[in-house]
Write a protein that binds this ligand. Structure first.
Ligand code: V55
Ligand code: FE
Length: 505
């Protein structure tokens, strides 16, 4: 399937591989559809836009078995007002996207390996992992580069965004944390001085875009740091035991390799006024930290750090040095709580509690409670016992990423879970929480998620009221199939800063 880039001949079809098959076929559509079909009723108080992003390659790759994570970022915007929904979708005009469009073929090679490229680019990011609203701009994020900024209304790309030159790091996380009280955006970059460097750059940005603080740290290993956590006084960096080796990359190998010998390192620094030497690297047995749900401090000053945790390599497409990776359906990620005493001199973590037993991922909370004590968590889960008809839809699922067949809500005060099952031939994507207008009560509102209908092979939005979580209030139908994506966020029409900054609770 693959041809060397120097051959110059465009490849005109996507490889016959799971990550390009069934629901995973690239979508590649840019366009607008006003007034989507609505079954049921969208409550009149919902007024805003759901933005989400997916990796969606513009051109077939010239490298073997390209990872899903390497597709060009494409943004879907669902604007909801007066019970009606309009849809808009655009690719981010990255340097990669523009150069490849001119060439009418792929020029950039492997995921985060510039040594496999056919041309030299200044910035080779795909900007494909998260889309956040900050200081009047949409920022398309991928952890290997600065953000790209876009117009929130038109989705037109303005360009690479370095906060008017303030950004000191070459990289910017796809998972910034927004403080609901101050409106601050708390960020970091890893491999912050370039591929293979152990440097982590931590920075806080005021709601007006001004950098408030920059701290440089050194990581014990050059590992992926995909997500992190923030409390009032602490910042927590979980290192995924997927390690980078620049020599392997120069030989055309993968950026990442799973390391079964590496512990789960969790770095902790003070949120304000940290010195590089303040970092403590806590340790736990080799395991895979996935997305953060939330973090906060309890009355005794311990950090409650809630995240998905698996004892095997979730990124099975990046195996260990021997080529070993778990069978995808065997991977079980659970919502787990580390209790960390940031003052402790004993760096072995022992207080670890499973909060929810299902195989789950893509945890979201009422963002007005981010960094604070909280009670409600929403997530994707996979439970074959719910009745998914795998024999009917198996051939449509494609592959190369984990699958989820239901939405969950766990009440952390009772540990009870409610499940929304979207149908026996449907898969779910990441949910977002929408507060009910006028209510400041945690979890009072709606949950919205994109759903893959594997019979019609089109996408749907399912909208739930948190007072009646197990049923959909509305199902919104798209006339097209959107490729599975990563992350999204709700932006209320009244928000001038993201995530309801200034809301008291
Ligand atoms: C993730 C996704 C990425 C990536 C690194 O979900 C980590 C995790 C879509 O790209 O580059
Ligand atoms: Fe993520």
């Amino acid at each position: 399937m693959s041809a060397p880039p120097s051959s110059g001949k465009p490849i005109l079809r996507f490889p016959d591989q799971p990550q390009y098959s069934g629901f995973m076929k690239p979508c590649r559509l840019e366009g607008d559809v006003s007034d989507l079909e609505v079954h049921g009723e969208i409550p009149a108080d919902i007024d805003g836009t759901f933005y989400r992003i997916m990796p969606d390659p513009q051109f077939p790759p010239f490298i073997e078995n390209d990872a899903w994570f390497n597709g060009d970022g494409s943004i879907s915007a669902f604007k909801i007002k007066d019970g009606q929904v309009s849809f808009k979708q655009r690719h981010v005009r990255t340097e990669k996207f523009i150069r490849e469009k001119e060439a009418r073929k792929a020029l950039v090679g492997k995921y985060r390996n510039k040594y496999t490229d056919a041309v030299e680019l200044k910035i080779r990011t795909t900007a494909n992992t998260n889309i956040v609203h900050f200081n009047g701009k949409l920022l398309a994020l991928k952890e290997d580069a600065p953000p790209y900024s876009l117009d929130p209304e038109t989705l037109e790309t303005h360009g690479l965004y370095t906060f008017d030159g303030q950004l000191p790091s070459l990289t910017f996380t796809a998972h910034p944390v927004f403080d609901p009280k101050s409106g601050e955006m708390i960020c970091f970059g890893y491999e912050a001085k370039g591929d293979g460097t152990p440097d982590i750059c931590y920075y806080r940005i005021a709601p007006d875009g001004k950098f408030l603080e920059v701290v440089w740290l050194i990581s014990p290993v050059v590992a992926m740091i995909h997500d992190f956590a923030v409390t009032d006084n602490w910042v927590v960096f979980p290192l995924i035991p997927q390690l980078c080796d620049i020599e392997r990359m120069k030989q055309g190998g993968e950026h990442w390799q799973w390391s079964p010998e590496t512990p789960l390192y969790i770095g902790v620094i003070p949120r304000h006024g940290a010195k590089p030497t303040d970092v403590k690297w806590f340790r736990y047995k080799n395991s895979f930290p996935s997305h953060t749900a939330n973090a906060y401090e309890d009355a005794s000053g311990n950090i409650m750090f809630d995240l998905g945790l698996s004892d095997t390599n979730v990124f099975f497409w990046w195996p260990d040095a021997q080529g070993n990776a778990p069978e995808p359906s065997s991977i079980h990620t659970q919502l787990t709580r580390f209790t960390i005493d940031p003052k402790s001199t004993d760096l072995e973590l022992t207080s670890v509690e499973v909060l929810q037993n299902n195989n789950s991922e893509f945890y979201r909370v009422d963002d007005r409670f981010a960094t604070q004590p909280y009670r409600h968590c929403y997530f994707d889960l996979m439970d074959p016992a719910l009745g998914t008809d795998f024999s009917a839809i198996g051939p449509q699922l494609g592959g190369g990423y984990p699958l989820y067949n239901a939405l969950g809500h766990v009440d952390l005060s009772t540990r009870e879970t409610e499940v929304y099952f979207p149908g026996s031939t449907h898969m779910v994507q990441e949910p977002v929480f929408i507060p009910r207008r006028g209510s400041t009560k945690e979890g009072d509102g709606y949950v919205l998620a994109l759903v893959n209908n594997c019979v019609t092979m089109t996408s749907e939005l399912h909208l739930l009221d948190t007072n009646d979580f197990t049923k959909a209030q509305a199902v919104i139908l798209l006339p097209v199939r959107l490729r599975p994506g990563l992350h999204g966020n709700w932006v209320d029409s009244e928000d001038t800063v993201p995530r309801a900054a200034g809301t008291s609770h």
